[in-house]
Write a protein that binds this ligand. Structure first.
Ligand code: PGA
Length: 254
């Protein structure tokens, strides 16, 4: 049985006070993610410590950074390193989100460096992949995602790969209200497992949690999470609403 994960991605939303209220509302209802399952909050850098303290001692709840820099340390004004994030008690880090690939021009190579730095610090990389609309319309999504995985992850050995969580997020479904159908998600997740199996073998491929992201909400979470290769979700907009996100956590049980 693979771990199922509900990951919140707050992106650049909420003030510190609003973030505090939201996490308190979610944690006071103490939603049960189900045996072995996890809930991860990917929050802005300045909130890592506060959220880290809130989830401390809650075995199934974790805090994640939304990014780290691809260099270890040095003269990179305004940037935040894997080591810094780790030293604040952070456990996970989102790497390769499509918004960073697009707006911060992150390349496959930079993402490979980030994955290495995260692993070096004992952070769990939550590695995102996914195709834009024009690639989906041209029917080239499988090759596109395969390349993303190969270029940024295939330098890892199997032991390190097993430390990762992967999130498939079709860009056309992010923040658009347009969710991939559960069949489209399942097909791609199965394809991602096949890509991983081609290099690392079936056992490794079958052990890695693969989350779906892109307009996940309370009303579609059960349908998505019950697909055989979908192990939960990376949730943007709906993670900013306590009731919605609590329902998404409950959907992990389904
Ligand atoms: P969304 O974002 O749920 O708002 O579509 C998902 C993500 O980008 O992680």
């Amino acid at each position: 049985m693979r771990t199922k994960i509900a990951a919140a991605n707050w992106k650049m939303n909420l003030t510190f006070q609003q973030g505090k209220e939201l996490i308190d509302r979610i944690l006071t209802t103490a939603p049960d993610p189900g045996p072995g399952n996890k809930v991860v909050f990917a929050v802005p850098f300045p909130y890592l410590r506060m959220i880290g303290k809130k989830v401390k001692g809650l075995e199934q709840f974790h805090v994640a950074a939304q990014n780290i820099h691809h260099k270890k340390s040095g003269a990179y004004t305004g940037e935040v390193s894997a080591e810094m994030v780790k030293s604040m008690g952070t456990e996970y880090v989102v790497i390769g989100h499509s918004e960073r690939r697009e707006y911060a021009h992150e390349t496959h190579e930079m993402l490979a460096q980030k994955v290495d730095l995260a692993l070096e610090q004992g952070l769990v990389p939550l590695f995102c992949c996914g195709e834009p609309l024009e690639i989906r319309e041209a029917g080239k999504q499988d090759e596109f995602v395969r390349k993303q995985l190969e270029e940024s992850l295939f330098h890892l050995n199997a032991l390190d790969l097993l430390k990762l969580v992967i999130a498939y997020e079709p860009i056309w479904a992010i923040g658009t209200g347009k969710t991939a159908t559960s069949q489209q998600a399942q097909d791609m997740h199965k394809g991602i497992r096949a890509v991983l199996a081609s290099k690392y073998g079936k056992e490794v491929a079958d052990s890695i949690p693969i989350l779906y992201g892109g307009s996940v909400k309370a009303s579609n979470a059960v349908e998505l999470f019950t697909q055989p290769d979908v192990d939960g979700g990376l949730v943007g907009g709906a993670s900013l609403n306590a009731d919605e996100f609590i329902a998404i956590i409950h959907a992990l049980h389904s």
